[in-house]
Design a protein around this ligand. Structure first.
Ligand SMILES: Cc1cc2nc3c(=O)[nH]c(=O)nc-3n(C[C@H](O)[C@H](O)[C@H](O)COP(=O)(O)O)c2cc1C
Length: 165
């Protein structure tokens, strides 16, 4: 089995999760930023990771998923967000990622908190949109993804792989 871990990551959080997943894969494997992946169709299974941007996948992410998540290809999604895992809004945001992957055979899904970069936080705090200002002030994401979250990511990888045989 040939497995790909592909990720988009502007500030390093999703990359950290991608690397944790990659470490758990015992068979033939590659890890790459999505911009370096021509076609996930060359792999038996792809772990595909993105950050949450504005309450779901951003336009580029949706386009990428529409292009690659098709023909029942086996895809396990992983997503980071600065909101804590327990917040009620999260289910809707994560559902948008799953929708964007609808053409694939979604064999796994994982999400965890990732730190909101300080520069982004400052810009959001100055936004004219009250919702975004509130969000920037209330995310409490410093230090994420921490080791506990990366351990959960590794367990997700092992569990997904165990269901492939
Ligand atoms: C433009 C922008 C929009 C974001 N919107 C959200 C959001 O709606 N919900 C959320 O929980 N986090 C949001 N975040 C935070 C990121 O999803 C989070 O920090 C993520 O872990 C970043 O991953 P990366 O370091 O791999 O880029 C946003 C970040 C940016 C830069």
């Amino acid at each position: 089995m040939k497995v790909l871990v592909a990720y988009m990551s502007s500030t390093g959080n999703t990359k950290k999760v991608a690397e944790a997943i990659y470490d758990e894969i015992p068979c033939e494997k590659e890890i790459k930023p999505i911009r370096e992946v021509a076609d996930i169709g060359a792999y038996d299974l792809t772990f595909l990771g993105f950050p949450t941007h504005q309450y779901g996948p951003d336009k580029k992410t949706k386009e990428y998923m529409a292009k690659h998540c098709r023909d029942g290809r086996k895809v396990a999604l992983f997503v980071t967000h600065c909101a804590p895992e327990g917040v009620p809004e999260l289910a809707g945001w994560m559902a948008k990622f799953k929708e964007a992957a609808a053409g694939a055979n979604l064999v796994g899904f994982f999400d965890c908190q990732g730190q909101l970069a300080k520069g982004v936080e400052l810009i959001m705090r100055m936004s004219t949109n009250e919702k975004i200002r509130f969000f920037a002030k209330n995310h409490h994401s410093t230090g994420q993804p921490d080791e506990a979250r990366l351990m959960r990511a590794r367990a997700f990888a092992r569990d997904t792989l165990s269901r492939m045989v």
